[in-house]
Write a protein that binds this ligand. Structure first.
Ligand SMILES: [Zn+2]
Length: 438
C-alpha cells in the first residue's frame, strides 16, 4: 500500500452549487490535507482531522497553491490541435477551409495520427485537464491512435470514430454500413481497456444520412456502456441547413431524437440556439450539453444561455472545442463562459464555473462515479494550481479577502502557467518545467 498526502488550499464539489445552495455542495479548505492511497482518494480534511492518517507519511506542503480535481474537457477535436487559430468566417466556412483539410491530412498516416494524439494529450495534462470527450476523424486508425496514447498515460478518456457519409470531401466520407461496422469493431476492440470509454460520434446532422443516424442509434441501443457525442444548434446557418436536409423533423434536436440518439447518455456540443421546447426535451431525456464559449465567440456562433439551461435542469459541462476553440485551458473556458453569461444578463459565480469544469463535466460525460471530486474511493486525478504563477497573479491573489474572491481572480487571470503539476491516479503526470514567473 502506498499512501501520499498533499497540504494546501483545497476545493472540490459534492453537488452543483447552482442547484444545491445548502451547505455541503462546495467543499473549500483554506488549509486542507488530501490523502491518496494506491491511486485513489483516501480522505480529505483539516490537518488535525488527517493527523492519524498521515502520521507516517511525508506530507507534501504546497504553499500559495490550490488543489482541485483535474479539469474535464467535455468536447474537443484532437486532430484540430494543428490548425487552432485559423482565420475563418463562420462554422461552415471554417470547416471547409481548415478543419476538413486537416482531418484529411491524417487519412493515410498512422504515425502522424499517433504523434498528434500524443502531443494533444500532453497539452491537456500541461493545462491540468485529466479527462476529455474527444472527436478523432472519420478514419478508424485515428481512434486507435488517441486510445493507445491515452492508455499509455493511464488517462480516463472517451472517444469514438466520427461518422459522416454525406456532404463532405470524399476523403472524409464513410458509408452508413461501414460506419456502423467500424464503430462496432472499435467498441469491441477497446472495451474494458484501461480507463477508456467509447462514444458513438456522428459529426452532426449535416454530414450524416438518415440511414447513418439510425445506425448510430442502433449502436447506442445495443451497447449500454457507450455514449453519444455530436454537435447541436451551434450556428443559425447550420440549423437552417439541417431543417432543409430533414424537412420532416420538427427541430434540429428532433432529427437526432427520431434516430434514437437522444437519451441520458447523449452529449450535445454547443446548443447555442435551442428553443424552450428543445431545452425541455433535453432535460426530460437526461441529456447533457457541452458549453464551448471560446469556440462560440471565435466563430461568432452566438451566446449560449447558461441560465436557461440551468433553469431547465440540464446537465452542463465545459468544452474547449479546439480547434474552433482558442485554448485547451479550462481557465479560458471558465473566463469566457463568465463573459458570455454576462452578455446574457447572468453572472456566473466562480464556484459554479469551477464546478462546471470539474464535477459538472464529469457528470455530463458519465465518469463522475470514477472522477470529478475528492470523494473517498475515487481515482486521484487532480491538479496543483500555482496562485502566484505570474507577478500579476501573485499581487492580485494576495489581495483577495475571501476564498471566492481568490477563485474568481484565478479563473480570470489563470492559464497553463498556473498549472504547477497534474496527477493521474495519484501519479505525477506533468510538472511545470519553466522557472517561476517566466
Ligand atoms: Zn466541435
Amino acid at each position: 500500500m502506498s499512501r501520499t498526502a498533499f497540504r494546501s488550499h483545497i476545493l472540490h464539489f459534492n453537488d452543483d452549487p447552482a442547484r444545491n445552495a445548502a451547505a455541503g455542495a462546495v467543499m473549500a479548505y483554506d488549509d486542507g490535507v488530501l490523502v491518496v492511497e494506491d491511486g485513489r482518494i483516501a480522505a480529505l480534511g483539516t490537518p488535525e482531522e488527517m493527523a492519524d492518517l498521515t502520521r507516517d507519511v511525508d506530507v507534501q506542503h504546497c504553499p500559495d497553491s490550490l488543489i482541485i480535481p483535474g479539469f474535464i474537457d467535455t468536447h474537443v477535436h484532437y486532430p484540430q490541435i494543428d490548425m487552432i487559430g485559423s482565420y475563418g468566417k463562420d462554422l461552415l466556412d471554417w470547416l471547409g477551409h481548415y478543419a476538413f483539410p486537416t482531418e484529411i491530412g491524417l487519412k493515410r498516416f498512422k504515425d502522424k495520427a499517433i504523434d498528434t494524439a500524443g502531443f494533444f494529450l500532453d497539452e491537456l495534462l500541461r493545462n491540468g485537464t485529466t479527462s476529455a470527450l474527444v472527436f478523432p476523424t472519420v478514419h478508424a486508425h485515428t481512434v486507435d491512435a488517441i486510445f493507445s496514447q491515452a492508455l499509455k498515460r493511464n488517462m480516463r478518456l472517451i472517444a469514438g470514430k466520427v461518422m459522416m457519409d454525406v456532404h463532405a470531401p470524399d476523403d472524409l466520407l464513410d458509408t452508413a454500413q461501414s460506419s456502423y461496422d467500424d464503430s462496432l469493431s472499435l467498441i469491441e476492440k477497446w472495451r474494458g481497456k484501461g480507463r477508456l470509454g467509447y462514444a458513438v460520434t456522428p459529426r452532426f446532422a449535416l454530414t450524416s444520412s438518415p440511414e447513418q443516424l439510425r445506425g448510430a442509434g442502433d449502436l447506442l441501443a445495443q451497447n449500454p456502456d457507450v455514449l453519444l457525442h455530436t454537435h447541436l444548434s451551434e450556428n443559425t446557418k447550420e440549423i437552417a441547413r439541417a431543417q432543409e436536409l430533414f424537412p420532416d423533423s420538427d427541430s434540429y434536436l428532433d432529427i437526432y431524437q427520431r434516430a434514437g440518439l437522444l437519451g441520458p447518455r447523449s452529449i450535445f456540443a454547443h446548443c447555442v440556439h435551442l428553443t424552450d421546447a428543445e431545452r425541455r426535451t433535453l432535460a426530460n431525456a437526461g441529456a447533457a450539453i457541452a458549453h464551448c464559449p471560446t469556440s462560440n465567440l471565435f466563430l461568432g456562433s452566438g451566446l449560449f444561455d447558461i441560465a436557461a439551461a440551468q433553469e431547465a435542469n440540464i446537465t452542463i459541462g465545459l468544452g474547449s472545442d479546439v480547434g474552433a476553440g482558442t485554448s485547451l485551458s479550462a481557465f479560458a473556458s471558465m473566463s469566457e463562459a463568465y463573459k458570455v453569461a454576462q452578455m446574457r444578463g447572468h453572472s456566473l459565480h466562480p464556484y459554479e464555473a469551477f464546478y462546471l469544469a470539474t464535477l459538472g463535466g464529469a457528470r455530463a460525460v458519465h465518469i463522475d462515479h470514477h472522477v470529478g471530486n475528492f470523494a473517498p474511493g475515487k481515482e486521484a486525478d487532480f491538479v496543483v494550481l500555482d496562485l502566484a504563477a505570474t507577478p500579476l497573479m501573485a499581487r492580485r491573489l494576495a489581495r483577495a479577502n475571501t476564498f471566492e474572491e481568490m477563485l474568481f481572480a484565478l479563473m480570470i487571470l489563470g492559464d497553463d502557467r498556473a498549472v504547477k503539476s497534474t496527477y493521474i491516479a495519484g501519479a505525477l503526470a506533468h510538472e511545470r518545467q519553466s522557472a517561476k514567473n517566466s
